[in-house]
Design a protein around this ligand. Structure first.
Ligand SMILES: [Zn+2]
Length: 220
């Protein structure tokens, strides 16, 4: 039963990773998606450095909730410690995706939140997509990936992981999540779409928006 469940998780995580490629969000190997089985205490994540076209379910690495590899011959993605912190802080998260998709990453590099300018954005993110504060020198030098996760968690604790299923990491790129790895990949696709639309909207009209507050919030 456990084996079957974990095999299914690996297949779902493989599919989420391939979805990021199909939607043009990943250049070479810049990206990763993971999923979690809370019953089994296992995280499934893309291995590091394996080209997507060669990825098979058995390549997906299984770790425990501390990020220690328990199954798989390959190294897990180097962003694993970021994923681990998010899973540990927010029990409702079932999957996480990370890409360097062009427009969302441009906002992250500018260290600016993506303003909520329209209802497509509001339907998914219920307000601006936040950006983390820049990490300190010590946070960068000592366990950058874990400290990135903690910086995201501090932002999400204020807003709630369901209300805003994405955060931009300043100077890096977005992380997205959802109840499953498929939902996390879906949010990465939508995030790129709204990041591109916000960019174009502000090019057309530099002082556009924001959307009326009543349209930004979750329905009661
Ligand atoms: Zn990255």
């Amino acid at each position: 039963m456990t084996t079957m469940r974990l095999q299914k998780l690996r297949e779902e995580v493989l599919e989420a990773n391939l979805e990021l490629v199909r939607r043009g969000l990943v250049l070479y190997t810049f990206g990763n998606a993971s999923g979690i089985s809370r019953e089994n205490g296992r995280i499934a994540i893309k291995p590091s450095g394996v080209p997507y076209e060669n990825l098979k379910p058995e390549h997906i690495v299984l770790t425990d909730l501390e990020g220690r590899v328990v199954e798989g011959d390959l190294r897990p993605s180097s962003d694993l410690p970021t994923h681990v912190e998010l899973y540990r802080h927010f029990p409702g998260i079932g999957g996480i995706s990370h890409t360097h998709s062009e427009f969302a990453t441009a906002w992250a590099q500018a260290a600016l939140p993506i303003p909520c300018l329209g209802t497509t954005h509001a339907d998914y993110f219920h307000g601006p997509v936040p950006v983390t504060p820049a990490l300190t020198e010590t946070e960068i030098a000592d366990d950058y990936e874990r400290n990135t996760g903690l910086a995201i968690c501090r932002v999400v604790e204020r807003l709630g992981p369901e209300e805003v299923p994405a955060v931009l990491v300043a100077g890096h790129a977005p992380f997205c999540w959802g109840p499953s790895s498929a939902e996390a990949a879906h949010h990465a696709v939508i995030l790129e779409f709204v990041a591109r639309m916000a960019y174009h909207t502000l090019l057309i009209k530099a002082d556009a928006g924001p959307l009326a507050a009543e349209l930004q919030t979750l329905p009661p």
